[in-house]
Design a binder for this molecule. Sequence first.
Ligand code: 13P
Ligand code: SF4
Length: 329
Amino acid sequence: MTIPVLDPIIGYIDEPVDPALDLYEEIERLKREKNAVILAHYYQESAIQDIADYIGDSLGLARRAAETDAEIIVFAGVHFMAETAKILSPSKTVLLPDLNAGCSLADACPADAFAAFKEAYPDHIVISYINCSAETKALSDIICTSSNAEHIVRQIPEDQPIIFAPDKNLGRFVIKQTGRDMVLWDGVCIVHETFSEQKLVRLKTRYPDAPVLAHPECEEKVLRHADYVGSTSGILAFARSHSSDTFIVTTEEGILHQMQKDSPEKTFIPAPPESGCSCNQCPHMRLNTIEKLYLCLEHELPELIMDEAVRIKALKPIEKMMEMSLAIV
Ligand code: 13P
Ligand code: SF4
C-alpha cells in the first residue's frame, strides 16, 4: 500500500474513491477496526449525519469529545470544533476530513489582534464564543456556545465588565436578554448574516401560523421576527415539542435533515438568504464530504496537531465553561 502524502494546501486526502464501494459499510468497518467514533455537527451533509455516532451542537460535541473512550475521533465539523476536541482529549487522535474547513468568526478574530484589543480593557473579563481559534481561546477567561452564552453571562457579577468575542450578533442578543452591557468584537457568521429580513417577513405572511426558529448568530433585524432563538439543538428540541405542523428555519439548512427525521409529519421551510444562491449552506462545513471522511479514517489523515502550550492555556476557559453550564442539558 502506498502511504499518502497530505498536501497541507489541499487539506484533505486527494485520492479517487471507487464508486462501487459501499461507503457506509466501509466506514462502519474502519470504525470497528480502529476504535473510532464520528462526531458530526448538524450542518454537515446528510450522508455524514447518517453515519455519525453522535450529532450535536457545539456544546454537545465538546462534551462528547471529552467523554469518549474511542482512540480516534473523526470530527465532521469545522476546524475550531476539532481543535476543541483535541484540547479536551489530548491523548486521542483527532481527524478532520478537510483541514481547510474553517469559520468566518474564527477568521475574524486573529489572536494577535485580539490580544491588542484586550489591552484597551484591562479590567474586563473575556468571554469568547467557541467559534474561535485555540490561540484566541487561550486569551479568554471563559468560553461559551450559543446554548449557554446567556446562562454564563448571568453568572458574572454585575460590577464585572465583560468583553464578548467574536460574534457581535450573539453578543447583542445576549445583551438584550440579560440587560448587561458588554464590549463586542466585530465578527459575524457569513452564513447567518445572509438571511433576508424582507423575504422572511413575506414568508411569514404566507405561513402566519408557522413559528420562526432562528440561530442567535443572525442579525438583530432577523431575530426580532423569531418566535424562538437558540442553538441548533435548541431549535431541534423546540420543533420536536411544539404543536405547530410548519416551521420557518433561520439557520444553516443542514439542520433540516435532522428536523425532518425527528418529525417526519411536519414541514420545515428554510428562510431565504438575500441572494438567490444557496448561501445559507456553510461553505466551510460543506468542505467535508462522505468520501473525504472515508479517506480520512482509512489513512488517519489529516490529523489535528496542536501546540501543547496553547492547548493547556485554551483548556482553562473551556473547563470553566463546562463547570458553569452543568445545568444546561
Ligand atoms: P451551535 O450548533 O452550537 O448552535 O452552533 C452553530 C454554529 O455556528 C456552528 O458553526
Ligand atoms: Fe462559522 Fe457560520 Fe459556518 Fe458556523 S455556519 S462554521 S459560524 S461560518
